[in-house]
Design a protein around this ligand. Structure first.
Ligand code: NAP
Length: 320
């Protein structure tokens, strides 16, 4: 089978499409015939050699890709609840590489994909949606709250904005100007330019900040913390960028809490709940571009601009 593999860390050119052995599922695993893989910031971070958190886990050669969608081809003897041909989406075993024609993965990391989306759309959802889902949970987002989504136009942000709206929150998004109309159409009540000189002055009485920006920015973090209400919550997706003492000091004065998103949630149940929202028409998947597997280098170069709207997807095989 074909897969994208790296034998050295570096720029997009280190990704090579190669013939590799098709994996064999273990007793608790499914073999997924992949149709689409999401392209996520972690993919280019891994390709570059990792960050503070990932570096110790990276051993070459490596397959790339965190999430995707496909059809169940085979399953191990202990797997319950799936059958051959089921259309599924999920996040396989860490670093197992979804830029591939087949992957073996723990069945508990997958769920039936929403029945009203294509494989390309389903493949774009899992990792970003799980981060946004976890963020809403850690933020205790509920109806009537004022929720700030920083970086609302990106992969995580577009889903977080819609999850917050589905919970009945009043959503204030940040983006650059070219995304204002897009985010209003997606349901945002207000959109603010994070480059505005008066960024802090435009933010008030925020119950929950969900920081989904791909850019580490100390000043923006402080300004958003300053806009929180007493007892508010600040949730960040920037795992390798810990909260500083100064930042935590601002939150402590407001009796506010800071949380980092976590990976250890019930993946299958969360993806099933997310599929229901999508099937109910409450959440849509925004795809800015689909690349064929062999154009993974172009997909990475585009995502690394950090200005993709919604998601980029790698199409691994075409749907009938
Ligand atoms: N994707 C995952 O599964 C995942 C998992 C764990 C952690 N994370 C973390 O989450 C971050 C975001 O992930 P993502 O997949 O949503 O990234 P992404 O899709 O690449 O984010 C792109 C978006 O970021 C916005 N943006 C760029 N610069 C910004 C700034 N200075 N302030 C606010 N927004 C800005 C852009 O909006 P404009 O074009 O309007 O500027 C663009 O739409 C990653 O960098 C990573 O640290 C991601």
């Amino acid at each position: 089978m074909k897969a994208i593999i790296i034998h050295e860390f570096g720029g997009p050119e280190v990704m090579k499409i190669e013939e590799v052995e098709r994996p064999v599922p273990q007793a608790d695993e499914i073999l997924v015939k992949m149709y689409a893989s999401g392209v996520n910031p972690a993919d280019y971070v891994v390709r570059q050699g990792g960050n503070e958190i990932l570096k110790p886990f990276l051993k070459l050669p490596l397959g790339l890709g965190l999430d995707g969608a496909g059809e169940i081809e085979e399953f191990g003897s202990d797997v319950k609840g799936f059958k051959k041909g089921d259309k599924v989406y999920g996040i396989p075993n860490f670093l197992s590489g979804t830029y591939a024609e087949f992957i073996a993965a723990k069945a508990t990391q997958f769920a039936l994909m929403p029945n009203n989306v294509s494989f390309n759309e389903a493949g774009a959802i899992p990792s970003c949606a799980l981060m946004a889902w976890n963020g809403m949970d850690l933020g205790n987002v509920s109806a009537g709250q004022r929720v700030l989504i920083n970086g609302a136009a990106g992969g995580i942000g577009t889903l977080a904005l819609q999850f917050a709206k589905a919970k009945g929150a009043y959503v204030i998004s940040t983006a650059s100007k070219q995304n204002f109309d897009f985010l209003k159409q997606l349901g945002s009540d207000e959109v603010i330019d994070y480059n505005d000189e008066n960024f802090g002055g435009l933010l008030q009485d925020i119950d929950v900040v969900f920081d989904a920006s791909p850019v580490r920015n100390k000043d923006a973090r402080m300004i958003m913390a300053g806009a929180l209400k007493d007892g508010g919550r600040f949730v960040s997706v920037q795992l390798p960028y810990p909260f500083s003492e100064e930042f935590l000091g601002i939150l402590a004065k407001k009796h506010a809490e800071a949380k980092m998103i976590r990976r250890e949630l019930d993946v299958a149940q969360s993806l099933t709940d997310i599929a229901k929202l999508i099937e109910a028409g409450k959440v849509s998947v925004v795809i800015s571009k689909v690349y064929p597997l062999e154009k993974a280098a172009e997909a990475h170069a585009e995502l690394e601009t950090k200005h993709v709207r919604g998601k980029i997807v790698l199409e691994i095989r075409k749907e009938d």
